[in-house]
Design a protein around this ligand. Structure first.
Ligand code: ADP
Ligand code: MG
Length: 421
């Protein structure tokens, strides 16, 4: 049955229909499409296929949460927003017909193709593999060289060596971010597959969907507790009770995902010795906020108002938050070392040194008395990055934003180099 309207939006042409979804044009939103999920579960390139009532809604909810996380950390995806219980709006893409697989532990088809490797072999960095989407030929594995040699071109974008490298890196990035997110629910992400598309602007985006069909997920890292589609793949005969179990598992995953919101329990307190440091501190604040950090700025001088400085420190220690201090003081930095000597919270010195006094002033931050563990950086961005790395240890969104920053650096260098050729 083909719908003509979803959530009050008129559907345009059916662009494509696959095993589990229909994709429609969305005349009210040019450059976008709507993906409507089906109540159908399939395996073995569609050979095994069952109606599973309610699967579309569960899959749609799972996918939306996963893509919200990926969008939040700054990964470029086609996902825009949920449209209805079983559909979502995405940027309309021409799809690259490759499945990009990333693995943390060896299992499944990898073991069959790599005899001798024991199950559970740990890949670091994650192992990356690519398969050509071709149901009739059982999605054959393709090498990087085969993808490049196919000379794909979508929406004017040629898929060459640079693009393949970038998508491989991005697949690993997506895996690592979701692995960290799932770790907060004590679930081990074992492997996953994703797809990329090219939007009308010629930009490569993570597209298609990510749901329980896309990954292996082992609660407590225990294969016997698996809750993903592998349970369905493993069935030789499929009873209604089996289908109920599969659906319960999918629901459980979707439910767990709704609890994945990271606890917002950190605070970066930027302490400055003088109002004249405000511009410099605003740069730190901006850099912190771009990494998803909560920031407060305070003015206090450890030299001229020591009691007040300590009062401010006690205030932040009293909050039920993980507070990191960034101390900004010109000339002799008494502030950072005094805070560090009187608190167990981390202190990052970021003195606003100028080129003509750097050699002299920086030593007040570096050559501190014994018993002090403050660190020192020279640039506003470095202070923010250092703080984000600390927060990222227990906050997967901030951790993900740092990963994405590294990835973006890698991409811009690669593109700059390509443009130079
Ligand atoms: N953002 C998008 N724009 C256009 N097509 C998309 C988008 N995301 C996914 N598709 C395509 O939708 C089709 C239907 O999905 P699906 O039912 O999973 O197909 P398949 O059985 O080929 O995997 C696939 O061809 C997929 O590549
Ligand atoms: Mg598919």
């Amino acid at each position: 049955m083909t719908p003509t309207e979803v959530a009050g939006m008129k559907l345009g042409n059916l662009i494509i229909e696959g095993k589990t979804k229909q994709v429609f044009d969305l005349p009210s939103m040019p450059g976008h499409c709507i993906l409507v999920s089906k109540d159908r579960i399939t395996a073995g390139d569609g050979v095994k296929s069952h109606e599973l009532l309610g699967k579309a809604a569960i899959s749609n909810k799972t996918n939306a949460k996963v893509f919200e996380i990926l969008n939040q950390v700054g990964i470029k995806t086609a996902f825009v927003k949920l449209a209805s219980e079983n559909s979502f709006i995405a940027k309309k893409c021409e799809m690259i017909p490759i499945e990009w697989v990333t693995r943390r532990l060896a299992t499944g088809s990898f073991l069959r193709r790599n005899t001798g490797v024991p199950e559970g072999y740990r890949f670091y960095p994650p192992k990356h593999e690519t398969f050509f989407k071709d149901d009739a030929n059982h999605d054959p594995q393709w090498s990087e060289e085969q993808i490049i040699s196919a000379k794909f071109k979508f929406h004017g974008k040629e898929i060459g060596a640079v693009e393949v490298d970038i998508m491989q890196r991005m697949s690993i990035l997506v895996f690592e971010v979701l692995e960290k997110a799932w770790a907060t629910r004590n679930c081990a992400l074992i492997d996953m597959k994703i797809e990329f598309g090219v939007d009308e602007k010629g930009e490569i985006l993570l597209a298609d969907i990510i749901d329980s069909d896309s990954w292996r997920l082992w609660p407590s890292g225990d294969k016997r507790l698996m809750v993903d589609k592998q349970v369905y793949r493993n069935l030789s005969t499929v009873t209604q009770s089996d289908l109920d179990t599969v659906k319960r598992n999918f629901e459980w995953i979707s439910e767990q995902l709704q609890h994945l919101t990271p606890i917002n329990d950190h605070l970066i307190a930027i302490l400055m010795g003088s109002p004249s440091d405000k511009d410099f501190c605003s740069k730190i604040k901006t850099a912190c906020e771009s990494l998803g950090l909560n920031v407060e700025m305070r003015i206090t001088s450890a030299h001229k108002g020591t009691e007040e400085t300590l009062k401010i420190v006690r205030y932040y220690e009293s909050l039920p938050l993980k507070t990191i201090f960034i101390a900004v003081a010109g000339r002799s930095n008494g502030l950072g070392p005094v805070v560090s000597g009187n608190s167990s919270q981390p202190v990052i010195n970021c003195p606003p040194v100028k080129t003509d006094n750097v050699g002299m002033d920086v030593w007040s931050s570096l050559n501190v008395p014994s018993g002090l563990g403050c660190s020192t950086v020279m640039y506003p961005e470095a202070a923010a990055l250092n703080a984000a790395q600390m927060v990222g240890l227990s906050n997967y969104v901030v951790w993900g934003k740092l990963k994405v920053k590294h990835f973006n650096n890698y991409v811009s260098l690669k593109i700059a180099d390509k443009d130079l050729q």
